[in-house]
Design a protein around this ligand. Structure first.
Ligand code: DOR
Ligand code: ZN
Length: 347
C-alpha cells in the first residue's frame, strides 16, 4: 500500500537565497515546496537597513518563478552601528520579521557582525519592547575554543547572560547542533525557540571526516558527534512548539566548496521535505512532521499558518533528485543523504 501524508504547506525559518544569478538559480528550489522563508541577510554587503531589506525583497519577488506566491520574510543584519529607530520602523511596516546577530567572524560574511555586545544593547532593548525576534548564530569565535565546543560555550557565556540582561527579548537559537542546545531551548519559556536543519538530523562529524573529507557536508555550526544528532532528532520529532524547521540551505558554487579553504553550507532546499519524511518515518513520528515544518514556526513568529497543503508519497522505488542545480553562477551540489529516499512531494 502506498503511504502518503498531507501537510499544511511548510515554511523555512532560516534560508540563504544570496543575490543575482545565484538567487535566480536557487529560488525555484525553495518555492516549489515552501510558502514562506526567513531570508538571511548575510549578503556582500550585508542587508543592514530597512531600505536595503526592501530592495532585497523586491529582487527576490522579481526572481520568483511565474505564478509563485512565495513570500520572503526579511531580516536585518545586526551591526554595532545599527539604528534602533530604523529597525523599529522596518518592523512596524511589516517588512522585517527578525534581526540576525552574527558574532563577528563566526561564519560566511559575518565580519560586519557584533564584537562588543554593549554596542547593540539599545537595539536589543527596543526589539524586546516591540516583540521583534532576534535570530542568533550561536557560536563563540574565540580561536582558543575548540570548534566542536563553540555552541555550548556560546550558550553559557553569551546567550544566557544576554537573555538575563534583556528580559522579554524573543530569541531564536538558529541551527542548533548539540544536546546542550536542545536542553537550553527546552528549559526556556515561550520567548525562545530553536531552528533545526535537515542535514543536522542526518549527518554527524564522521560523515564529514571519516573515509575522506566531504566538503559538501561541511557547514557551520559543524555537525557534532552522534549523541548530538540523536538529541536533535528527538527534539525535531517531539512535536514540541519550540522546535521548528530552518534548513539553513546555503548555496555555494562547487568550485568554492571543493576548495583548499572550502565554504561552509549544505544546500538542502531541493530535497528537504522528502528527507524529513524519511527521518520522521524512521523515528515513528510522521504525525509530528507538520508541527515541525508548518505549525511551530508561524506560532512563534505570530503569523497565520498556511492554508494550502503539500502531499508527500512514499514510493516503492527510490526517488531521484538532481545531483546539482545548474545556476548561472555555477553548479551547486544538492545535499546527498547517503541513503535511498522513497518519499516524494507530489506535484
Ligand atoms: O554553513 C553555513 N553557511 N552556516 C552559516 O552560518 C552561514 C551559511 C552561509 O551563508 O553560507
Ligand atoms: Zn545560515
Amino acid at each position: 500500500m502506498t503511504q502518503s501524508i498531507t501537510l499544511r504547506r511548510p515554511d523555512d525559518w532560516h534560508l540563504h537565497l544570496r543575490d543575482g544569478a545565484m538567487l535566480q538559480g536557487v529560488l525555484p528550489e525553495t518555492t516549489r515546496h515552501f510558502a514562506r522563508a526567513i531570508i538571511m541577510p548575510n549578503l556582500v554587503p550585508p542587508v543592514v537597513t530597512g531600505a536595503q531589506a526592501a530592495a532585497y525583497r523586491d529582487r527576490i519577488l522579481a526572481a520568483r518563478p511565474a505564478g509563485s506566491g512565495f513570500e520572503p520574510l526579511m531580516t536585518l543584519y545586526l551591526t554595532e552601528g545599527t539604528d534602533a529607530a530604523d529597525v523599529a520602523a522596518a518592523a512596524a511596516s511589516g517588512l522585517v520579521k527578525a534581526v540576525k546577530l552574527y558574532p563577528a567572524g563566526a561564519t560566511t560574511n559575518s565580519h560586519s557582525g557584533v564584537k562588543d555586545f554593549a554596542k547593540v544593547q539599545g537595539v536589543l532593548e527596543k526589539m524586546a519592547e516591540i516583540g521583534l525576534p532576534l535570530c542568533l548564530h550561536g557560536e563563540v569565535t574565540d580561536p582558543s575554543v575548540d570548534i566542536f565546543d563553540r555552541e555550548a560555550v556560546f550558550i553559557d557565556t553569551v546567550l544566557d547572560p544576554l537573555r538575563r540582561r534583556i528580559p522579554g527579548l524573543r530569541v531564536v537559537m538558529e541551527h542548533i547542533t548539540t544536546e546542550e542546545g536542545v536542553a537550553y531551548a527546552r528549559a526556556a519559556g515561550p520567548d525562545l525557540a530553536a531552528t533545526i536543519t535537515t542535514h543536522h538530523l542526518i549527518i554527524n562529524r564522521n560523515h564529514i571526516l571519516a573515509g575522506g573529507i566531504k566538503p559538501h557536508y561541511y557547514c557551520l555550526p559543524v555537525a557534532k558527534r552522534e549523541k548530538h544528532r540523536l538529541a536533535l532528532r528527538a527534539a525535531a520529532t517531539s512535536g514540541e512548539a519550540r522546535f521548528m524547521l530552518g534548513t539553513d540551505s546555503a548555496p555555494h558554487v562547487d568550485a568554492l566548496k571543493e576548495h583548499a579553504c572550502g565554504c561552509a553550507g549544505c544546500f538542502t532546499a531541493t530535497n528537504t521535505m522528502p528527507l524529513l519524511a524519511h527521518v520522521f518515518e524512521e523515528d515513528g513520528a510522521l504525525d509530528r512532521l507538520e508541527a515541525f515544518s508548518s505549525l511551530n514556526g508561524p506560532a512563534f513568529y505570530r503569523l497565520p499558518v498556511n492554508e494550502t497543503t503539500i502531499t508527500l508519497v512514499k514510493h516503492e522505488l527510490p526517488q531521484t533528485f538532481p545531483e546539482k542545480i545548474l545556476t548561472e553562477a555555477g553548479p551547486v551540489t544538492v545535499f546527498n543523504p547517503g541513503f535511498a529516499v522513497h518519499w516524494h512531494v507530489e506535484a
